[in-house]
Design a protein around this ligand. Structure first.
Ligand SMILES: [Zn+2]
Length: 352
C-alpha cells in the first residue's frame, strides 16, 4: 500500500515544479518534467499542439468520461525593449501588479537558450539619486531589469544575445517552514499540478480502476485565458479545474482547507457538481470552504466559454496573496488531495 495522501512528498514536488521557469508561452521544459514524473507507468500520455499534456486512464465505463485539469504555466514577462542605458523594459505575461515583482530576481532566456540573471527594479530606485523614488508609479515605463552583466548601452545587451521577445521569469524563492507552510511564487497552479501528479501516480501504483475513463489535462495557457478549453472528448460529461482558492477581505477560503468555488467572474459553476463535491467532503472528513472569487476565471470557465456542453467545477488549495508572494499550508494541500481522490472514484453527478 502506498501512503495517500503523502502531503510532505507533494510539497517536495511543488518545490521542484516552481523551480522550473514556465511563463505562459514557454512551457516545454516543465511539461517534459511532468512527463518524466509519469513515464514509469503504463499511461496513455500525449502532448497537444498548444504544448499541454493529456493523460488518459481508462475506466470501467468508457462511454462517459471525466476530465480534471491544472495548469503549469505561470505569470512572467517578455523583453519589450532595450534601453539606451542597457536595461530591459518588460511586457507582462498574465495578470499581476508591477509592485509585486519589484525587487525580484529574474532570469532572461535568450533565443539560443542562454540564461542571464537580473533584478527587476524601478528606474528611479536609488533614494540617494531620485527624490521621487517612493512615489513614482510602478508601471511599464518605470519598471526595468538590471542585467547581471557589464553592460552600459543597448549594443552591449544585444551582444549578449538578449533581444526583444526573450522570456523573463521570476525567482520563485520557494521555502518550506517548520510550521507547515510553503511560500513561493507560482503556487498558482503548480500546487495543484503536484497534487494531480501524485494522484495519478497513486492510482497507477495501486492499480485502481476508476469508474469512468478519466483524462488529466496539464494545461499550459491558463494565465492567458485559454489553457484547458481544448482536447475535451465528446464523451466528457464532467470537467473539474483544480486551481487555487483566492484569499482576502470578505473571502471564506483560507490556507488550511480546500476551497470549493460556487462562482467567479465567469458566473456560477455547475450547482449539481458543487453539491456533489460538498457531500463528498462531508463523507470523507475533508475540511472545505465554499467561496466566490470576484476577479477570477479558470480553465473550466474557459472550456464552457469555448462551447463545450459539460458539467463544470472548480476546487483547489487556498493560496494567500495570489499572483504575488504566495503561500499555503500543508493542511490545505492535504484536504484538496483527499477530496480529489474521493471525487475521481465517485459517480458522475448526473448518474447519482
Ligand atoms: Zn491559476
Amino acid at each position: 500500500m502506498t501512503t495517500y495522501p503523502d502531503t510532505v512528498s507533494t510539497m517536495e514536488l511543488i518545490k521542484e515544479l516552481v523551480s522550473i521557469p514556465s511563463p505562459s508561452g514557454n512551457t516545454d521544459k516543465i511539461i517534459e518534467f511532468v512527463e518524466g514524473k509519469l513515464s514509469g507507468f503504463e499511461l496513455k500520455m500525449q502532448r497537444n499542439r498548444k504544448g499541454g499534456l493529456l493523460i488518459t486512464l481508462p475506466g470501467q465505463d468508457t462511454a462517459q468520461h471525466r476530465m480534471l485539469t491544472a495548469h503549469v504555466d505561470t505569470l512572467g514577462a517578455m523583453v519589450k525593449s532595450i534601453t539606451p542605458g542597457g536595461r530591459l523594459k518588460l511586457s507582462m505575461i498574465g495578470g499581476f501588479r508591477w509592485n509585486s515583482v519589484e525587487g525580484e530576481y529574474c532570469e532572461i532566456q535568450t533565443h539560443s537558450g542562454k540564461v542571464y540573471t537580473g533584478t527587476i527594479l524601478m528606474h528611479q530606485t536609488s533614494v540617494h539619486v531620485y527624490k521621487n523614488a517612493g512615489d513614482a508609479p510602478r508601471n511599464e515605463d518605470n519598471i526595468e531589469v538590471r542585467i547581471d552583466e557589464k553592460v552600459s548601452n543597448a549594443e552591449d545587451v544585444r551582444n549578449l544575445g538578449i533581444e526583444v521577445g526573450d522570456f523573463v521569469s521570476f525567482d520563485p524563492r520557494v521555502e518550506m517552514t517548520d510550521s507547515g507552510f510553503i511560500k513561493s511564487r507560482h503556487l498558482d497552479d503548480k500546487a495543484s499540478v503536484a497534487i494531480l501528479i501524485k494522484l495519478i501516480q497513486h492510482i497507477c501504483k495501486e492499480k485502481l480502476t476508476l469508474p469512468y475513463t478519466t483524462h488529466f489535462l496539464i494545461s499550459n495557457n491558463e494565465e492567458i485565458g485559454y489553457g484547458g478549453n481544448s482536447n475535451i472528448t465528446p464523451e466528457t460529461v464532467e470537467y473539474l479545474a483544480v486551481d487555487m482558492g483566492a484569499l482576502g477581505d470578505g473571502q471564506s477560503s483560507d490556507e488550511y482547507t480546500v476551497s470549493i468555488c460556487a462562482k467567479d467572474s465567469s458566473g456560477p459553476y455547475h450547482y449539481g457538481l458543487r453539491k456533489h463535491l460538498i457531500e463528498l467532503a462531508k463523507a470523507n472528513d475533508v475540511e472545505y470552504k465554499v467561496d466566490i472569487y470576484p476577479y477570477y476565471g479558470s480553465d473550466a470557465s474557459a472550456a464552457i466559454r469555448s462551447g463545450h456542453d459539460i458539467v463544470h467545477g472548480l476546487i483547489g488549495p487556498g493560496i494567500e496573496s495570489s499572483h504575488a508572494f504566495e503561500r499555503t499550508h500543508k493542511s490545505s494541500l492535504f484536504h484538496t488531495e483527499k477530496l480529489l481522490k474521493a471525487y475521481v472514484q465517485s459517480s458522475l453527478t448526473e448518474n447519482r
